[in-house]
Design a protein around this ligand. Structure first.
Ligand SMILES: Nc1ncnc2c1ncn2[C@@H]1O[C@H](COP(=O)(O)OP(=O)(O)OP(=O)(O)O)[C@@H](O)[C@H]1O
Length: 210
């Protein structure tokens, strides 16, 4: 199982706001950590820092060097009219291994098929992403993260606005990622997701909530 990741006095300023302020915490592999807090608490900012797309203003993240990270951002961060199919979205999850737009090997295709089955996307793989429903699009985005089989999986509100069956399928699939030893951080506003998590990290206006 992969090692822990330590957040060490992490601070991020966004304009005049302390989006993260002095956050020190340990994230463990093998469990889903629910990342909770009100709108604007800093959840997405923390996921951005863990994904390496936003540098901290000060402080450090320890334990990520050399480890693969899959990041499933909020659906609203992905343009609805992205000119790709559902199958492309899943296949992109293999790009870290095979390179962008390269032909997938048999094992990669098997993994895409397995995740598509799991998330009930198998019949939608040839459909343009823009032509499927919000919940189906959400499943495709999470599917991309699952297909990556990364050491670290970051998911930002993947169950927002989906029906009960989809929520259960997504929560089960996310739990299985932790089950195979990944370090999983799941930003969520939903109690059902918090109940299923093995650990909780709560933020309040950028600070760790007590
Ligand atoms: N583009 C931006 N420019 C400046 N400040 C921003 C920007 N995006 C977010 N912020 C600020 O950073 C802080 C943290 O926002 P963040 O998006 O990380 O919160 P969040 O917990 O993910 O919220 P939500 O539950 O609404 O997704 C907030 O004070 C927010 O106003």
């Amino acid at each position: 199982m992969s090692p822990v990741v330590d957040l060490d006095r992490l601070c991020v300023r966004r304009g005049d706001v302390h989006a993260l302020a002095d956050v020190t915490a340990r994230l463990r592999p093998g469990v889903v950590t629910a990342l909770v807090g009100h709108n604007g608490a800093g959840k997405s900012t923390l996921l951005d820092v863990l994904a390496g797309v936003r540098p901290p203003t000060s402080g450090r993240v320890l334990g990520l060097r050399g480890r693969s990270v899959a990041y499933v951002p909020q659906r609203s961060a992905v343009p609805d009219d992205l000119p790709v199919t559902v199958g492309d979205v899943l296949a992109m999850g293999r790009w870290r291994e095979v390179g962008p737009w390269r032909r997938l090997g048999a094992a990669d295709r098997a993994l895409v098929a397995q995740v598509a089955d799991r998330l009930e996307l198998a019949g939608l793989l040839r459909r343009p992403l823009s032509s499927v429903s919000g919940g189906q699009r959400q499943r495709a985005l999470v599917g991309q993260g699952l297909v990556a089989r990364a050491d670290v999986l970051l998911v930002d509100e993947p169950t927002a606005g989906v029906d009960t069956g989809t929520r259960e399928a997504l929560l089960a699939a996310i739990a299985d990622e932790a089950g195979r030893g990944a370090l999983v951080v799941h930003a969520t506003h939903e109690q059902a997701a918090v109940d299923r998590a093995g650990a909780v990290l709560a933020l309040d206006a950028g600070r760790l909530a007590r």
